[in-house]
Design a binder for this molecule. Sequence first.
Ligand code: NDP
Ligand code: ZN
Length: 348
Amino acid sequence: MLGLDKTGWIEKPRPTCGPLDAIVRPLALAPCTSDIHTVWEGAIGDRHNLVLGHEGVGEVVEVGDMVKVFKPGDRVIMPAITPDWGSLEAQSGYSVHSGGMLGGWKFSNSKDGVFAEFIHINEADANLALLPDGIEPETGAMLSDMVPTGLHGSELAGVKYGDDVCVIGIGPVGLMAVRGAVLRGAANLFAVGTRPNCVQVARSFGATDIISYKEGPLHDQILDRTNGKGVDRVIIAGGDNDTFDTAIRMLKPGGAIGNINYLGSGDYIKIPREAWGVGMGHKTIHGGLMPGGRLRMEKLAQLVLTGRVDPSQLITHRFEGLEHVEDAVMLMKDKPADLIKPVVSIRY
Ligand code: NDP
Ligand code: ZN
């Protein structure tokens, strides 16, 4: 990101490795819709000469003196979120907010991201995860952000056995939210989106109904299909600030919304007063950035290894060579109808 609305290539010095850190070279990289919000919506303000990217698998080329778990040659998942684990926020259970709100989101935000020849990883033992043999790097790259974010959506919404769930948005993030909700016991699962590839994968991940936001208000469509009762949980993984309005309207009293959407513009979210039980409806909203951490990332990799989650179904476009990262970013920006997720492989 050279500045707002502008991407290109720049030379930077190779990052240096502190005692707890690692330096990694990329094997597979993927752009995120968040990179698009950052550059073309200015969602986190202006940034100059910031290396984009926070999704990828790589090979460790250097580790600091105090790193115990990893060594050069290891293939590793680089999580999008790389917190400071000694911070008070991490100790209170909110690693992602280490050092201040969203402070654990460093790549392509407060420091250079992963679209580079060499990538700096802070607190390598806590933040990296070994990529198990049996998961190809391209699929592993989906474990940086898409899998943990989508599954976190189902945690934020608190999905329980037998819950009726609506997942608004079935891009790669929402698709993983569909899978997460199914694994946590969803009964009827309404998936909202229109791109045919996404619809097909949503069904294969366990969606029972597909709903188009282009065919009338979502809450009316959900209320029609649930005898006017609504759903127990809503996971928001697409749409905009107005999506909270429709989500509140389709939610049962006592229900919860889990938001993982990155709201790129506007100042306020409107909550419909009456549908919110005039403030007393026990309808809660949880919004969260995915937590990182080696333990969680290794467990998610086990879900892939055991076949419970198949993120390879998200990959629709493949490129070879670091120089094609820009093409992948532009695809993510333009969102052609057949796109779910592009990935770039790098061979040495
Ligand atoms: P996509 O753009 O691929 O998917 C968005 C989905 O929302 C699509 O299914 C789209 O439908 C649907 N949609 C668009 N407009 C509406 C609307 N008005 N009402 C309802 N649904 C709508 O995005 P991604 O899956 O890549 O990412 C989703 C969001 O998650 C992004 O904002 C991204 O930045 C954010 N994110 C958050 C992270 C976190 O940790 N919290 C991490 C990573 C990403 P259609 O099929 O028609 O295109
Ligand atoms: Zn992301």
